[in-house]
Design a protein around this ligand. Structure first.
Ligand code: ADP
Length: 357
């Protein structure tokens, strides 16, 4: 077992003569046994990163190492990695048993009986031992997903790579499988890189998450760190649902101003903006508080525009009486109606300040 390191890794594609930078100088070390989720919007370079680790794409610049061993120059079969794909990639003509045996027959000199017991043991662990004789076409999506996982697990690799493995499952099964997969990974202790575009999946599954945008790693952090201390505006907007509110503000000494409202800063925060003419002020919807009156600092009179139920909470869209709208998450017990005047408190300790975009 060992750490997996991406050391200044880049990938360039040639698209009809023009250079596409799919991954731009990415460096991260995934600890032995860690579950790292690579997350970002479509086209940001997640799959390319995973495919370089697997050896399905070459590395244009930089190195990939397992422990001290350089692996980016090895063929895929020598990398001791098992990959689980979104499409499961099972062989339709083979039984579940055949699919799970297949990789092992190729790569080990284990005796037939040994392979059989390993397959059976793994199938039992995944709850698919009664399906070993079936073909993939006779299985539900969730069962096929377990077979794909089983096929990766029996190989007992150093690293699991998973490319959106749950995205073809319905919402309920997906959330059940998230928990199961996490538990399994923890039990097996295999270093895992898991790709998803879904920030909820990233936040709930990862020991750490690596947020990618436009080929560049934005932040590698625990989910809580990324939530509470986003490295930049992109991360702040990507993590959290509903998304963080942003206001473009002019800086006038200790006061920030946009067309709708002003926000005065304490001396500590003032330091953070000194020297800037513009900053972006961010506030999470769940940090906006609806209060009884406008007497406290940082409290604004607003009008409720729309109330959107979200289970036991409501997303309440507020405006300052002009076009400037922002959203507050409010507990379901607090009744608010469209058109009502409410006071919104934006506490300073919950405010995030970013370079102006
Ligand atoms: P993601 O998995 O985050 O959706 P990808 O890694 O698939 O993103 O793609 C990253 C970027 O690289 C995209 O702009 C994509 O169009 C480009 N890309 C991926 N594969 C190729 C290829 N074989 N040739 C040219 N461009 C590619």
């Amino acid at each position: 077992m060992a750490d997996l390191t991406l050391d200044h890794v880049s990938k360039f594609f040639d698209d009809d003569g023009s250079k596409v930078v799919a991954v731009d100088d990415a460096s991260v070390t995934i600890e032995d046994g860690e579950f790292l989720v690579l997350v970002g919007p479509s086209g940001c370079g997640k799959s390319t990163t995973l495919r370089m680790i697997a050896g399905l794409e070459t590395v244009s610049e930089g190195q990939i190492r397992l422990g001290d061993d350089r692996m980016d120059n090895k063929p895929p079969r020598d990398r001791d990695i098992a990959m689980v794909f979104q499409s499961y990639a099972l062989y339709p003509h083979m039984s579940v048993r055949g699919n799970m045996r297949f990789g092992l027959e190729e790569s080990t000199d284990m005796a037939d009986g040994e392979i059989d017991s390993l397959v059976e043991e793994t199938a039992e662990m995944l709850g698919i031992d009664d399906l070993l004789g079936r073909k993939p076409g006779e299985l539900s999506g969730g069962q096929q997903q377990r077979v794909a996982l089983g096929r990766a697990i029996v190989r007992d690799p150093e690293v699991f790579l998973m490319d959106e493995p749950l995205s073809n499952l319905d919402a309920k099964l997906r959330s059940q499988m998230r928990t199961e997969l996490q538990r399994l990974q923890e039990d097996l202790g295999v270093t895992t890189v898991y790709v998803t575009h879904d920030q909820t999946e990233a936040m709930t599954m990862g020991d750490r998450i690596a947020i990618l945008n436009d080929g560049e790693l934005q932040q590698v952090a625990t989910p809580l760190e990324a939530y509470h201390r986003p490295a930049n505006r992109f991360v702040a907007g990507f993590i959290g649902e509903p998304s963080m509110n942003f206001f473009q503000m002019e800086v006038h000494g200790d006061t920030l101003a946009d067309d709708s409202f002003t926000y005065s800063l304490s001396p500590e925060s003032e330091d953070a903006v000194s020297g800037s003419e513009h900053v972006t002020l961010g506030i999470r919807p769940e940090d906006v508080e609806l209060v009884a009156d406008g007497s406290a600092d940082h409290t604004y009179e607003t009008t409720v525009d729309v109330v959107e139920p979200m289970g036991n909470e409501n997303a309440v869209y507020l405006d300052f009486g002009d076009e400037s709208r922002f959203v507050a998450t409010v507990g379901g017990m607090r009744r608010v109606e469209a058109g009502e005047t409410v006071y919104a408190h934006i506490p300073e300790d919950a405010v995030h300040l970013f370079d102006a975009s």
